[in-house]
Design a protein around this ligand. Sequence first.
Ligand code: ASP
Length: 352
Amino acid sequence: MNYTRININTAQPGKAKSRVMIIYTGGTFGMTYDANGVLIPFDFSLILEQLPALRNLFLEITVISFDHPVDSSNIQPVHWKMISEIIFENYEEQDGFVVLHGTDTMAFTASALSFMLPGLAKPVIVTGAQLPISQPRSDARENLITALEIASANENGRPLVPEICIYFDYELLRGNRSKKVESMHFDAFKSENYPTLAKAGVKIDYNTAAISEPHGEKLRLRTSFDTDIAILKLFPGIDKRTVDAIINAEGLKAVILETYGSGNAPSSDWFIESLKGAIKRGIILVNISQCPGGTVVQGKYETSKSLAEIGVISGEDMTMEAAVTKLMILLGEQGVEPTRKLFNQPLAGEVG
Ligand code: ASP
């Protein structure tokens, strides 16, 4: 996959205050109409014409655009690899990064990046828009300008938000705690189990107590993925045939059970026996709730007690998006047994 690179100094003729890299991957954000009314990706060399207010940020901006911008429903681990490599390779010379991405799988990408870049000590702000930048009422302009402001914000040279976040509709959220919850209105993302990191109003109010502190480690890059995982979403009426078809799929290494409430599941013998059989065959089973808020507590109800007894791992308050990407990265890098041990340990502030 190729990309193009352009430089825009919004401070000219003055001196830029910070350097920020924009990585444009695709999504609704950058869609615009050509002279014949056909939707085409936005040309970033024209960004200052679309957004003259950018000049007030005094930034030296480098834009990396995917040559073939992707609707985020087509995002794959190979794209995560590409984004994380761009961040890794340009890390020293940039003060922060803004990733422009479709909203549909944005929470998966933000979660994946948080596990792929341990030791990150600079802001990586993932954002996008519900309406293309070319539309008069688009949310793209505010989302981009504030994301750039946050990506370049520092106090005495120390970045204010040294982590992977999603910025959307005036709220900054931890990336691996976020979920897309809305497809029509502008408030597309929520983080039920972790506080908002900042709110943008007349000024940007940072919730410093909730923002992670770098531990002084060197930035690393992890790009091995193993996608041999599945999600089994429970519903009243689910039968043995469906459960077995999923958990007996050839080559599967881990299954996320999407359970009810605080991690509850049917207590029927056939169900528990099927899961037990999978665990015996070495498959990792993890328990993530269908509820966006709250936590899995196996054993709180009779209907989750046997899950704990047979060896299902509690995903506690992790989002589905964090669980999927964490499993893929741990399995890809370490294999099945270490993944079983590490799965519910926090790697990037995603759990607990
Ligand atoms: N389908 C689009 C995408 O995720 C939606 C959006 O960007 O909001 O790429």
